[in-house]
Design a binder for this molecule. Structure first.
Ligand SMILES: [Mg+2]
Length: 220
């Protein structure tokens, strides 16, 4: 069976954007205030996100891996900096497997790991794994989901790990959000898509915690 296709975003997923900003002089920061991603060469200064390199190597054993990132339109050096960064940190792993675009929804695959809905990420045809969200707070969660989904989905969950207070707070928040969003339904609304995914996760928690009453579940 062929491997499933997995795309990695860069900034905020593989690359620690802030680490590049921290290396700029105060003068440069002031000159480019509000558009720091346009500083020439800034992308070459950035460090990897904690755990990212190891996670990518582990996932590459099980998935067909690609980079799917966006580079600022007004900073042409960012495009080449990104390729250099990828080669520096991953050697030949992503050779000729890099897609730089503002239209991520035009790429087809099974999973996209991305920290933002921008540039078509939320409309990606496969599954968008929102890195940094409460579903996938970091690489440990993502690795668990992609390499050991049964554990992630709670089939063998350790019930002492379920935080009842958090579940209750989440449900309260979802009730409030869905009420607001139902009054302003728009299928293209990014917030609505986020809430729908949060509802799906809440259902998983309810299932894992043994809830059998159907009305307790949210409509997916
Ligand atoms: Mg990003």
């Amino acid at each position: 069976m062929s491997k499933r296709k997995l795309f990695f975003d860069m900034d905020g997923v593989l690359v620690d954007f802030q680490s590049g900003i921290d290396k700029l002089s105060d003068e440069t920061k002031k000159e480019y205030e509000g558009r720091l991603d346009e500083v020439p060469g800034i992308f070459s200064l950035m460090d990897p996100m904690p755990g990212a390199i190891e996670a990518v190597h582990k996932l590459s054993e099980h998935y067909d891996v690609y980079i799917l990132s966006t580079a600022p339109w007004k900073n042409p050096s960012a495009w080449s900096d990104k390729i250099n960064w990828i080669t520096k940190h991953f050697g030949g792993l992503f050779k000729k497997r890099v897609i730089l675009t503002h239209c991520k929804d035009q790429c087809h695959g099974d999973f996209l790991i991305d920290d933002r809905p921008k540039n078509g990420a939320c409309d990606f045809a496969g599954e968008w794994i929102e890195f940094g969200s409460f579903m996938y707070t970091g690489w440990d969660d993502v690795l668990c989901y992609l390499l050991d989904p049964e554990v992630y989905n709670g089939k063998s969950i350790n019930h002492t790990l379920i935080d009842d207070v958090l579940v209750e707070q989440t449900i309260g928040m979802l009730d409030e959000c869905s009420k607001i969003l139902n009054d302003n339904y728009n299928g293209d609304n990014e917030d609505y898509k986020r809430i729908t995914r949060m509802m799906a996760l809440t259902n998983k928690w309810l299932k894992a915690s043994g809830e059998e009453e159907e009305p307790a579940y949210y409509a997916d």
